[in-house]
Ligand binder design. Sequence first.
Ligand code: FES
Length: 112
Amino acid sequence: MGPHWINVGRVEEIPPLGARLIDSGQGQIAVFKAGDGSLFALHNGCPHRQGPLSEGLVSGHTVTCPLHNWVIDLASGEARAPDNGCTPTVPLKVVDGTILLHLPDPRAVVSG
Ligand code: FES
């Protein structure tokens, strides 16, 4: 089976500046909501040492890793200079208030 758009919940279920974790079947995906309501999906691992980005502090369109404070751009997954690295991002769209992620494994489930 090819990639699928997977329903991972409603927009209003994620608080502003919050994140929800999705078990993609290939590792955890963190879905973030910025303070302006923008949504982003990234793998839940910092490019430095795989810190849990879902537990980081969201500011603007960035998240600060809780382990060593690298700042990751939510849209691109790129670490802000002087740090160097990139977390894979996941395509996301909203249809009628439902968040859909483009994932390779259609068995993805919401884990919290
Ligand atoms: S693991 Fe994220 S800054 Fe070190």
